[in-house]
Design a protein around this ligand. Structure first.
Ligand SMILES: [Zn+2]
Length: 85
C-alpha cells in the first residue's frame, strides 16, 4: 500500500500528487516545473493588466488635468481682468 501525498507547493498552485517516496524527488524539481512557470505567467498577465489599467487611469488623469488647466487659465484670466478694471 502506498501513501498518496500532495506536493508541499500545493498552496502555490502545484497539483502534483503521488507516492510519498516520489514526493522529495518531485519537490526537488518542483521549483522549476511547469506549474510554477504557469503561475509566473499568470502573475505576469495580472501585472500587465494592472499596468494597462494604470495606463488608462493616467490617460484619464491627463485629460482631467488638461480640463482643469483650461479652467484655471480662464479663471486667472477673469481674475486679472477684474484687477485691471
Ligand atoms: Zn510540486
Amino acid at each position: 500500500m502506498s501513501l498518496e501525498v500532495k506536493c508541499k507547493n500545493f498552496d502555490d498552485g502545484c497539483t502534483w500528487t503521488g507516492e510519498l517516496r516520489e514526493a522529495s524527488d518531485h519537490e526537488s524539481k518542483c521549483g522549476k516545473n511547469e506549474t510554477v512557470v504557469n503561475k509566473s505567467l499568470v502573475e505576469l498577465k495580472q501585472i500587465l493588466k494592472q499596468l494597462e489599467n494604470h495606463d488608462k487611469r493616467i490617460k484619464d488623469q491627463d485629460e482631467e488635468i488638461k480640463v482643469l488647466q483650461k479652467k484655471l487659465k480662464t479663471k486667472t484670466m477673469k481674475c486679472r481682468n477684474k484687477k485691471m478694471k
